[in-house]
Design a binder for this molecule. Structure first.
Ligand SMILES: [Zn+2]
Ligand SMILES: [Zn+2]
Length: 239
């Protein structure tokens, strides 16, 4: 239990905190957790409506069950589920405040939202965090995905197993084209140096943003080469 859970309203009174979405000071009692989001903005962060592709989670337009993109390409993971759309709502703003804006307490918010999907869809599977790029670890000073997995565990969630590592300098995926993304990752994701004596059959890979699926695919391929049978993917936002 942290001090916030004992005196949340008193802390907001003494140390006013701004909401990362609306920019206003959070009024005492008007938030759901220690993270910097007011209750109204938190409520406004909703999942996309309508039918979504069962493989990649993209909203479907005229397709049935599986989107055109997933029909044409083979992938190593079973299916991805993303909580939010990156472009259309405030998820991008929250993620950037978390990753680059020093608002680490948002890890608790993401953990709670991911945990509710986990309980609904993937109960029982261990989590495997997508390994951080070395440069981003150096720049940010923390592993953003592992911190979220840790917060999930603290809330009664599953164990997380850092089964993967990155072996070479990779460029930030978001700056690259689809082809470049694949090339950038080829041969860069490997089994972690220390592995548990027995690997789980099925795992749930956790990442922040799902864009072309290249990262998830490279991780799933590495996990399957290690003997994992099924790799599901859970991400915060779909770009
Ligand atoms: Zn707000
Ligand atoms: Zn799809």
């Amino acid at each position: 239990m942290n001090i916030f859970s004992l005196f949340p309203a008193a802390l907001d009174f003494l140390f006013p905190d701004r909401c990362v979405l609306c920019g206003l000071y959070i009024q005492p009692g008007h938030r759901r957790g220690p993270w910097p989001l007011c209750a109204a903005c938190e409520e406004g962060l909703t999942a996309p409506h309508g039918e979504r592709c069962i493989r990649c989670s993209r909203p479907l337009i005229s397709e049935k069950e599986i989107c055109m993109g997933c029909r044409s390409g083979a992938q190593h993971f079973e299916a991805n589920f993303s909580l939010y759309l990156y472009q259309a709502n405030a998820a991008a703003q929250c993620l950037s405040a978390y990753k680059s804006g020093g608002r680490r307490l948002l890890s608790g918010f993401f953990a709670e939202r991911l945990l509710s999907v986990y309980r609904e869809k993937h109960e029982g599977l261990p989590l495997v965090p997508v390994p951080a790029r070395r440069e981003s670890l150096k720049k940010r000073g923390f592993d953003q995905i592992q911190l979220i997995c840790h917060e999930m565990k603290k809330r009664g969630g599953p164990d997380f197993l850092p089964l993967l590592r990155r072996s070479k300098k990779t460029r930030e995926q978001k700056t690259l084209s689809k082809e470049e993304r694949k090339k950038n990752l080829t041969g860069s994701i490997f089994p972690a140096l220390r592995l548990p004596p027995a690997l789980p059959e099925d795992v749930l890979l956790v990442d922040d943003v799902f864009t072309t699926g290249a990262t998830a695919n490279a991780c799933a391929e590495a996990l399957k080469n290690m003997g994992v049978k099924k790799v599901y993917v859970l991400t915060i936002a779909l770009d």
